[in-house]
Design a protein around this ligand. Sequence first.
Ligand code: DQQ
Length: 646
Amino acid sequence: MDTSTSAYAPLPGEDPLFSGHPPASLRRSWKGFAVIFASVLFLLSLVGLIIHQGPQQPPDVMPDKQDEHHHPQSTTPASETTSSWEPRGKALGVSAKSNPPVSDELSYNWTNAMFSWQRTAFHFQPERNWMNDPNGPLFYKGWYHLFYQYNPDSAIWGNITWGHAVSTDLIHWLYLPLAMVADQWYDANGVWSGSATLLPDGQIVMLYTGDTVDAVQVVCLAHPANLSDPLLIDWVKYSGNPVLTPPPGILTTDFRDPTTAWTGPDGKWRITIGSKVNTTGISFVYHTEDFKTYNMSKGVLHAVPGTGMWECIDFYPVVINGSKGVETSVNNPSVKHVLKASLDDTKVDHYALGTYFEENETWVPDNPALDVGIGLKYDYGRYYASKTFYDQNKERRILWGWINETDTESDDLAKGWASVQTIPRTVLFDNKTGTNLIQWPVEEIEELRLNNTDFSDVLVEAGTVVELDIGTATQLDILVEFEVEPLESSETVNSSVGCGGGAVDRGTFGPFGILVIADETLTELTPIYFNLANSTEGDVTTYFCADERRSSKAPDVFKQVYGSEVPVLDGEKHFARVLVDHSIVESFAQGGRTVITSRVYPTEAIYGAARLFLFNNATGLNVKATLKIWQLNSAFIHPFPLDQIQ
Ligand code: DQQ
């Protein structure tokens, strides 16, 4: 173990070299109007209800300003909220997919070696081209299936189809042919996001968003052509598609992403779909018996003023006391219900815990101050459009999320691919805090662990950096635990709170943590760290953060400080798990109460030059770190050898 220390060199304010540059910035007549007409009255009352909830706020102050008011610990990247640039795809009602607009120029003097290094080793990503949201995950006849929004022609968003891959362990993947392409009038502009439902009789229902030839968002039905094929290679679209169209009063570009269905006490199926009325995000509920015809519920499942369009809603139960997941239809006093919305305006996945009342088809948050869109986030880093599924194979609920790029589209075109999916995570209710979920990488990732190196009680004195000599530091599974030892100090309150100032802050009680993907001379590094707001006696507020600002010398990639408060209970040390996979770092604090995904593009801290360090930038405490670090093998992710199937 190399315990050589060197002075930690704080950033002298904002170095322009390292600062991220925010980018410069039909409806046609439909059959089935009879059903829609019946909805008009409902919508009028809904609009009335929303107006009654209070005045609409101007879009530029929401929902981030609400974050400040209701959840001040959240660190929202300023550059994401101040951009006036209108991304391609927005006119279609689709969230920004990259930044800035396409140009012929590379943003940096990237080499092929740099681009190659950025590809991940154990995260799922297609062989080439663009990917976004995870769609319709399910387990069937021994295979996990992942579908995903995919452009087979380019590394930027467009021509969206459903890519398809299978795995027996959620880690090693085999690519299959495209499951669905844009070949019908009702999905001519793209086969957009959707969800799978396994029916008790063994059928599989896939509901997805079609963007029609007229750019109207509709719900479509598809099913596997052959249920005896465990690979579910061929899919058939229902001849009566679309099965749902935007109700009156809803913009035709604001109706998308049907959820997995669940059953109510009457045995009928329900789904929810995201939308908005003015700037109020809402979730419609529909009832169906056959997935072909639907009735809209009288009220919405939930609505939150000021949160904008809700994309990719997810709605599922979590057991209050237990370590297993439950099937989506379970509703009894032993569960709470999670409602998640992906906020189109901010590109953030927000969730809240609450109670689902079947009798009137509504969901009520446990804590209105932490309602959907103004409270908790699944992930405080680069993460969006997530979706869970119940894995009946291992009785667990698994969460997938899309890690978007933060470089430029021209860079993505040059490297030939864009986006990665997170490591699938199990999701449980945190019955210790009672206020949040916990997310944890699926246990199968541990199959990739190779040799490990352990360090015990490594002293990291205030203001120092300690190198951890582990060899190559690009594919790692790190468990780290910190014991804090306050120095003799008159101060009991940290002058530096939260994450906003980044790892260069010199507060009394932090920041301290690890530096991943760092080069020897610390010119490129990504700190993952804790910061304590006040003394270690009495109530301690702890923040868990990731600072990307020195992660790359390339100027035109977003480099944010991300993070949030993390509950640390009596008797707990500060501990984290960090998965490093080349250009992706997924960090889980306190067993997964707060999670941050970082997307980084180093230019020098790559290949054998990538190192791992401990750091302590506090002035008022030393820390002792105990670590277990595994090198991780690469996953096997290749095309399925279909020619070898008889
Ligand atoms: N992506 C899909 C939409 C969804 C959005 C289109 C979220 O269905 O709302 O690619 O990223």
